[in-house]
Design a binder for this molecule. Structure first.
Ligand code: MIC
Ligand code: SF4
Length: 650
C-alpha cells in the first residue's frame, strides 16, 4: 500500500496519517492513533466507566465522549435503573454527554448527532463501524481499551489490510435494499472473511447509496469480522449532514486515483437481489426466492442495522392498507427517539399500528433477547444482524435475517415470498431534505463537576483484577470447542443475564451456560488446582465486543485459550484481562486433545519474551505439542502485569 509520501493514498491511510501518534502505517505493524470520540453503551458501559474511575483521571481527555443507554431497558427490578443512574452521574462527573434511556440505539443516534467524516471514533460495541457510513473510522473495542483512551492514551492496533469494495451500478429498488448488499458480501466472504481487514468502499456505485444505507452496510461489516468499514464522504454525505442540521461538519474525503489496496473486490449493485441469512449464522445466506413458501411466526424490524427513517418509511409503505398475517407477531423498534417522533408526526406509526404491528421502544430490544423472544421452535425473520443460536432468548428458535422491506412483506404474507411477485406496491423513497431534530434527551457535559456524586446501586460491584502472569501454568482443559464460537456462547446476554453486567461474581455463573451448564462450577473447582484452559477452533470469540466474555472467565480462573485463530476484539479483550491467547502451531493438534486433559506450560514468560513458541505437555495423554502467540511488546507487558488495568496504573 502507498505508505510512502509520493504514492496515492486510500481513505484509511489518510485518516490514520492525520491521527498517527506512533508506528508506521504498514499492514501488520502496531500503530498508535489519536482518537476524537469515544462512546459507550450501558451493557458494556458500566464496566468501562468503573475502569475509567479506577484509572483515577478527573475528566475524559478525548474531545467527545458519550454514554448511551439502549440495551438494558427492561427494568424488571432495580438493577437496570440503578445502572442508568450510575451512567448518568458518572458521565456528569467526568465530562461526557449522556443519552437518556429511551433516546434510542447508540449507533443510530451517533450517526445522527455526532459522527463526523475524517474523524476517529471508538465505541464499546462491535457495531460502532455503523459510523463508517459517514466517512469515519469507527472501531468497536472492549471497555478497558475505551477507558484507557478516555484517560488520554492513544489507541493501539495492528495495522489491518485495506481491501477495496468497488461498487458499480444501482440497486434495483424498491425491493432490493442496502441490507441485501451486505448479506451478499457475507455470502461471499463468510464471518471470518474480514478478520485483519478494513473494507473501504469506492467506485461509481457509491453515489447510488445514501448515508443511512451506507451505515447499514458498514454496520454489518462487523459480521465479517472486519476491523471496520468506511465509505467516502461526498455530496450525499453533505446532503445528509445538512438534513440533520450539521452541514458544518462536512468535509470531502476520497481516495486518490492511484491509491493502493491489498485486494479489490468488485460488486455490481444492479446484480444484487433480495437475500436472507438462514439459521444460525449471518453468513448462511441464500436468495429470498429460494426459500419461497417457508412459513414464519415472528417478524422483528429495527436494530442498529436497519432502523433508519428510510427503513421505517419503507416498512410503513408495505404495511399501508394491509394487515399482519394471522399467526405472525410483528415487532418494530425504531432506532432513535428523534426518528420515532418524525415517523409519528408523519402518521407512519399509525399506519404500522393499524396493520397490527407491536411498536417497541427505541432500543436494542429483541436483538439481544431483551423481550420479544420467539415461541419454541418458531421461525423469526429479523432485520437485525446476528442469528446465533439462542441469542433471541429461545434456544430452539430459527432466526433468519433480511432487509426491513423483506421483513414487512413476509409479515403481511405470513411466509417467505418473492417480494417482486408479492402483489404489494410501495412508494419511491425520497431522502428528506430536513430531518426532525430533538436533542432534549441528550445531556451535555458539565463544566463544574465538583458537586457531582457518582451513585452506585447495590448490584454494582468492585471490578476484578487478575494476578500477574505465572511462569508455570498447570491447568485442566475444561472445555473443547469447534470453529466460530461466539461471545454469545462464551458469555450469553438476554434478559436473565444482561442485568448482571456490573456484577462479575454473579455473571460468571453464566459463562458457557448455553453450551455446558456445569462450566462455572467446574471452573471454580479447578481454580484451586491452578485454573483452567479452553480449546477453540477457527475465529474464536466472533461477534460482540463484550469484555465480560474475558472478565468473567478470568474471574473463574481461565489462564489461556488455545485456538486455531481468534476474532479481533475478543483477542484484545483476553489480553486486556491477562489471559493468554495461544494458537496451535500445528492446527491438527486440536484433534489430539480431550476435555479433562491436564496441561503443563513451563517457562511461560521466557517463551513469551523469546520467539513466542510455547511447549505444552499434555500430562494426561503423555505428549508435547507447540503453540505460538503473536503479541507485541506492549501486549506482552500487559499480560505479564495481569492485564491492562494493572499495566495502566503502574
Ligand atoms: C451485541 O449486539 O451482541 C451487543 C449486545 O450489542 C454487543 C455488546 C454487548 O454485549 O454489550 C456488541 O455487539 O458488542
Ligand atoms: Fe443493540 Fe442489536 Fe445493535 Fe447490538 S446489534 S447494538 S444489541 S441493536
Amino acid at each position: 500500500m502507498g505508505q510512502e509520501e509520493d504514492l496515492g493514498k486510500n481513505i484509511v491511510e489518510k485518516i490514520f496519517e492525520s491521527h498517527l501518534v506512533y508506528g508506521r502505517i504498514k499492514t501488520g505493524s502496531p500503530v498508535g492513533l489519536k482518537v476524537d470520540q469515544v462512546y459507550t453503551q450501558d451493557a458494556t458501559g458500566t464496566m468501562t466507566w468503573l475502569q475509567f474511575e479506577a484509572i483515577g483521571i478527573d475528566r475524559v481527555k478525548v474531545p467527545l465522549a458519550v454514554s448511551y443507554v439502549d440495551h438494558n431497558m427492561l427494568q424488571t427490578d432495580y438493577m437496570n435503573p440503578d445502572d442508568h443512574k450510575f451512567l448518568q452521574t458518572v458521565a456528569a462527573k467526568y465530562g461526557a454527554y449522556f443519552s437518556r434511556p429511551g433516546n434510542g440505539i447508540c449507533h443510530q443516534i451517533h450517526l445522527e448527532q455526532f459522527a463526523v467524516p475524517g474523524k476517529i471514533a471508538l465505541g464499546t460495541d462491535s457495531h460502532t463501524p455503523t459510523n463508517g457510513g459517514m466517512g469515519m473510522i469507527a472501531i468497536g473495542v472492549g471497555g478497558l481499551d475505551a477507558a484507557t483512551v478516555m484517560a488520554g492514551a492513544p489507541f493501539e492496533l495492528t495495522m489491518p489490510q485495506v481491501v477495496k469494495i468497488n461498487l458499480t451500478g444501482k440497486l434495483k429498488r424498491p425491493w432490493v435494499a442496502a441490507m441485501d448488499v451486505i448479506l451478499e458480501i457475507l455470502r461471499r466472504l463468510t464471518v471470518k472473511g474480514g478478520v485483519g481487514k478494513i473494507f473501504e468502499y469506492g467506485g461509481a456505485g457509491v453515489k447510488d447509496l445514501n448515508v443511512t444505507e451506507r451505515a447499514t452496510i458498514t454496520n454489518m461489516g462487523a459480521e465479517l469480522g472486519a476491523t471496520t468499514s468506511i465509505f467516502p464522504s461526498d455530496e450525499r454525505t453533505k446532503f445528509y449532514l445538512a438534513a440533520v442540521g450539521r452541514r458544518k461538519d462536512w468535509v470531502k474525503l476520497e481516495a486518490d486515483n492511484d491509491a493502493e489496496y491489498s485486494e479489490i473486490i468488485n460488486l455490481d449493485l444492479g446484480s444484487i437481489e433480495p437475500m436472507i441469512a438462514q439459521p444460525h449464522s449471518p453468513d448462511n445466506v441464500v436468495t429470498v426466492k429460494s426459500l419461497t413458501g417457508a412459513k414464519i411466526g415472528q417478524v422483528c424490524i429495527g436494530s442498529c442495522t436497519n432502523s433508519s427513517y428510510q427503513s421505517m418509511r419503507s416498512v410503513a409503505s408495505v404495511l399501508k392498507g394491509n394487515t399482519v398475517a394471522e399467526g405472525v407477531n410483528l415487532l418494530i423498534n425504531p432506532g432513535s427517539k428523534q426518528l420515532y417522533q418524525m415517523i409519528s408526526k408523519e402518521s407512519l406509526t399509525s399506519t404500522m399500528i393499524s396493520a397490527g404491528a407491536r411498536m417497541l421502544e427505541a432500543s436494542c430490544g429483541p436483538c439481544i433477547g431483551m423481550g420479544g423472544a420467539p415461541g419454541s421452535g418458531q421461525v423469526s425473520v429479523r432485520s437485525y444482524n446476528r442469528n446465533f443460536p439462542g441469542r433471541s432468548g429461545t434456544k430452539d428458535a430459527f432466526v433468519y435475517l433480511a432487509s426491513p422491506v423483506s421483513c414487512a412483506v413476509f409479515a403481511v404474507k405470513g411466509k417467505i415470498v418473492d417480494l417482486r411477485k408479492s402483489g404489494i406496491k410501495i412508494g419511491k423513497f425520497v431522502e428528506p431534505k430536513k430531518y426532525l431534530i430533538n436533542r432534549n434527551f441528550i445531556i451535555p457535559p458539565k463544566k463544574d463537576t465538583s458537586k457531582v456524586t457518582v451513585i452506585k446501586g447495590p448490584n454494582i460491584k468492585e471490578i476484578s483484577v487478575k494476578e500477574p502472569l505465572k511462569d508455570k501454568i498447570e491447568a485442566e482443559v475444561l472445555l473443547k470447542l469447534g470453529d466460530n464460537i461466539t461471545t454469545d456462547d462464551i458469555m450469553p446476554a438476554g434478559s436473565k443475564v444482561l442485568p448482571f453486567r456490573s456484577n462479575i461474581p454473579k455473571i460468571s455463573e453464566f459463562v458457557f451456560s448455553g453450551i455446558d451448564s456445569t462450566f462455572s462450577q467446574r471452573a471454580n473447582a479447578a481454580k484451586a488446582k491452578g485454573g483452567c484452559i479452553v480449546i477453540g477452533g477457527e475465529n474464536y470469540g466472533q461477534g460482540s465486543s463484550r469484555e465480560h466474555a474475558a472478565i468473567a472467565p478470568m474471574y473463574l480462573g481461565l489462564q489461556a485459550v488455545i485456538a486455531k485463530s481468534f476474532a479481533r476484539i475478543h483477542k484484545a479483550n483476553l489480553i486486556n484481562f491477562g489471559i493468554l491467547p495461544l494458537q496451535f502451531r500445528n492446527p491438527s493438534d486440536h484433534e489430539k486433545i480431550a476435555q479433562g486433559d491436564m496441561f503443563v506450560i513451563k517457562d511461560v514468560i521466557k517463551s513469551m519474551q523469546g520467539d513466542q513458541t510455547y511447549a505444552i505437555e499434555n500430562k494426561t495423554k503423555g505428549f508435547t505439542f507447540w503453540v505460538v502467540s503473536d503479541l507485541n511488546k506492549r501486549q506482552k507487558e500487559i499480560i505479564i502485569k495481569g492485564g491492562l488495568l494493572p499495566y495502566t496504573k503502574k
